[in-house]
Ligand binder design. Structure first.
Ligand SMILES: [Zn+2]
Ligand SMILES: [Zn+2]
Length: 100
């Protein structure tokens, strides 16, 4: 029997099968079964905002306030760190804002 070499379109693995008529499979047997150990990059869910990222500690929108001068700030996006501002009440030192 003749063997043919096929390349998986999902994991790029080469495998052989006994040549047969008809459509050639495009996936290797593990991929065809959905049990491939190859990690597929997870597409971010479209319904969720960017803030679904695990590094985001403060999902947007959020409100922030400077504890020194009461300057308020709104952000629409998620943040991994609190925003900072140069505070005029603290000689323009960089102050970390507080979540309100
Ligand atoms: Zn495969
Ligand atoms: Zn301030």
């Amino acid at each position: 029997m003749k063997k043919e070499k096929l390349t998986c379109q999902k994991c790029n693995a080469d495998w052989e099968r006994i040549s047969a008529r008809g459509r050639k499979p495009v996936l290797c047997p593990p991929c065809a079964e959905g049990s491939s150990p190859v990690l597929i990059k997870k597409e971010p869910k479209r319904s969720e905002p960017i803030s679904s990222d695990t590094s985001i500690k403060y999902p947007g929108p959020s409100k922030w306030k400077c504890p020194n001068c009461n300057t308020k700030m709104n952000t629409e996006v998620g943040l991994s760190d609190p925003p900072v501002h140069k505070c005029p009440k603290r000689a323009m030192r960089v102050i970390v804002l507080e979540l309100i």
